[in-house]
Design a protein around this ligand. Sequence first.
Ligand SMILES: N[C@@H](CCC(=O)N[C@@H](CS)C(=O)NCC(=O)O)C(=O)O
Length: 215
Amino acid sequence: MIVYGSSISPFVRKVLAFAAEKGIEVELKPSGLGNKDPEFIEASPFGKMPALRDGDFAISDSSAIVTYMEALKPEPNLIPTEARARARTIWYDEYADTILFACGGKMFFNRLVAPRFLGLPGDEAVAAKAECEELPPLLDYLERVIPDSGYLVEDRLTLADIAVASPFANLAHINVAVDPARHPRLKAYVEAILARPSFAAWIARETAFLERSAA
Ligand SMILES: N[C@@H](CCC(=O)N[C@@H](CS)C(=O)NCC(=O)O)C(=O)O
């Protein structure tokens, strides 16, 4: 299977970590912003990463891709089948992909993507407002809902944890840390999920790439 994109995108990293946890082998085909490669555009009509190709089947959107992977290879189960647990898992995936990304993306785009990769000035006022005003209540929510088990749903790893933890790697890349005084439970949770080999290998590569691009 081919995954198009860069693991620096939280959506692509989510798909890569999900595949690794499932034991599904994927090849990452770099496809950056503005990529017009017809193969990529066929898989992702609006040019967004990630996209997936599996033989003659192509699909985009991280949630669609992990749904496909889960159906192809049901074990280990990462999208629960019990009604409430499944709904909760999809809620956390949605929270990460829309609510958390809408906020984190403002920081990551304006502080890193725009100045370093697009040659554009980032809007620091937008990034600072996101960090100081929008982010804390989103993290307060996670601090309240993370169970003692350290997993959001069914006290075991699911898509919920993979989706929610992924954007925190982006925050770490721009040195936005979880405050251990205000969010101790969240800090331990994020560290544990991102330390899993399914994430750690990709994050190490991203860090090396970002260090080279800053030089
Ligand atoms: N809902 C989509 C979001 C994908 C997305 O917005 N990806 C961004 C990178 S983080 C992208 O490709 N942006 C380029 C663009 O919008 O042209 C998913 O879950 O895959």
